[in-house]
Design a protein. Structure first.
Length: 86
């Protein structure tokens, strides 16, 4: 009788451990994909910031009232987003 109960517990333990291993492996795989996406996205944000600075290398947009406001808001939003994903 005890051998049957121990066998059932052993089988359940093996099945549950297999499920836990699969869930852990799946979670790690998804986390690696998200880390890769964040790295790619951060690189793109850096490139956009560099291109904005290149376009406005003489600070013409920053000094203009209407365009300067939009430009400075874009730069501020990019910096906030960059700080968020760091």
């Amino acid at each position: 009788m005890w051998t049957i109960i121990l066998s059932v517990f052993l089988i359940l333990s093996v099945i549950l451990n297999g499920v836990f291993v699969y869930c852990s492996w799946n979670s790690i795989k998804k986390m690696e994909q998200l880390e890769e996406w964040v790295t790619t996205f951060r690189t793109q944000i850096d490139n956009v910031y560099k291109r904005l600075k290149f376009v406005d290398e003489k600070n013409l947009f920053e000094k203009d009232d209407d365009v300067g406001f939009v430009f400075s808001e874009l730069v501020r939003i990019m910096k906030e987003f960059d700080d968020t994903i760091q």
